[in-house]
Design a protein around this ligand. Structure first.
Ligand code: NAD
Length: 265
């Protein structure tokens, strides 16, 4: 039931962090994969590495806010692999340096009256509209192939709990993503297209300045705040990704699955 060999997956934000772990999980299970990222060189590098390990992997330089580029990248994926079965709408940003900041101070980018509105616009453009752009073209390709599919969206535990360490727009964007996933789970069920969200807690990636990577104090602090006692490495997300991508989860849609060491409890 966990088998996905012979299928193909498209991942946004795949040059690093959780997106790269998703791409690796797909490749390790024998699924062809497109690694897309606004960092085109990074996507190329990682796709070449996976190809060297025997995977069918290709890269696409793609900013998720660019609808024309998104449509072209999905079309190129379909042309290369003969369809699209699994879509990871993953690319996301924090506009400031607040994410897992060791100081853990509140409102790192200012309060509502001082926060730069351009940060709001950028965060919503990537974290919410970028997810919509990705799903829009991915679903178009899935419907055209007529064999269903699995859409997996990267949300955050910040969709459901208040985490004032991140930029002001990040939480409302992720909360809207959760709602979008629930709506699309319903809308796309009749096409056999399932839509689910992964909602991570603290994972050691580059987001928001990469505090957990670069600062041992930050890591120690957040280790101590997680009920299971530690922040997570990106590879720890792979089993959940494979579960949602495969038929093992064939009765699950519209779900918002927390993987946060119990932080939101
Ligand atoms: P990351 O910074 O390591 O990776 C994000 C990747 O997305 C990068 O390769 C970046 O180049 C790419 N990207 C950013 N903006 C893009 C755009 N406009 N178009 C295309 N690519 C773009 O961070 P990550 O932690 O792996 O983030 C992945 C997802 O996980 C995000 O949606 C983030 O909100 C979510 N998330 C992360 C954590 C965490 O602790 N790491 C927690 C909750 C949610």
């Amino acid at each position: 039931q966990f088998r996905i060999d012979g299928r193909s997956a498209f991942v946004t934000g795949a040059a690093s962090g959780l997106g790269l772990a998703f791409a690796e999980a797909m490749a390790e299970a024998g699924c062809a994969v497109t690694l897309s990222d606004r960092d085109g060189e990074g996507a190329e590098r990682e796709a070449a590495r996976l190809a060297q390990q025997g995977a069918e992997a290709r890269a696409a330089a793609l900013d998720v806010t660019d609808r024309a580029a998104m449509a072209a990248a999905v079309d190129a994926h379909v042309a290369a692999f003969g369809g699209l079965d699994i879509l990871f709408a993953n690319a996301g940003i924090d506009t400031g340096a607040g994410f897992w900041n060791p100081a853990g101070h509140r409102n790192p980018e200012g309060q509502v009256d001082t926060y730069d509105p351009e940060r709001w616009d950028r965060s919503i453009a990537v974290n919410l509209t970028g997810i919509y752009n990705t799903i829009r073209d991915g679903v178009r390709a899935m419907k055209a192939a007529g064999r269903g599919g699995s859409v997996i969206v990267t949300s955050s535990n910040a969709a459901v709990v208040n985490e004032p360490i991140v930029g002001l727009a990040y939480m409302p964007a992720k909360a809207a993503v959760k709602h979008l996933v629930e709506h699309l789970g319903l809308e796309l069920a009749e096409f056999g297209i399932r839509v689910n969200a992964i909602a991570p807690g603290p994972f050691v990636t580059n987001i928001g300045g990469g505090w957990l990577k670069k600062d041992p104090q930050a890591r120690k602090k957040w280790d101590s705040l997680v009920p299971l006692g530690r922040v997570a490495e990106p590879c720890q997300i792979k089993p959940l990704a494979l579960y949602l991508a495969s038929d093992a989860s064939n009765y699950m849609t519209g779900a918002h699955l927390m993987i946060d060491g119990g932080m939101a409890l």
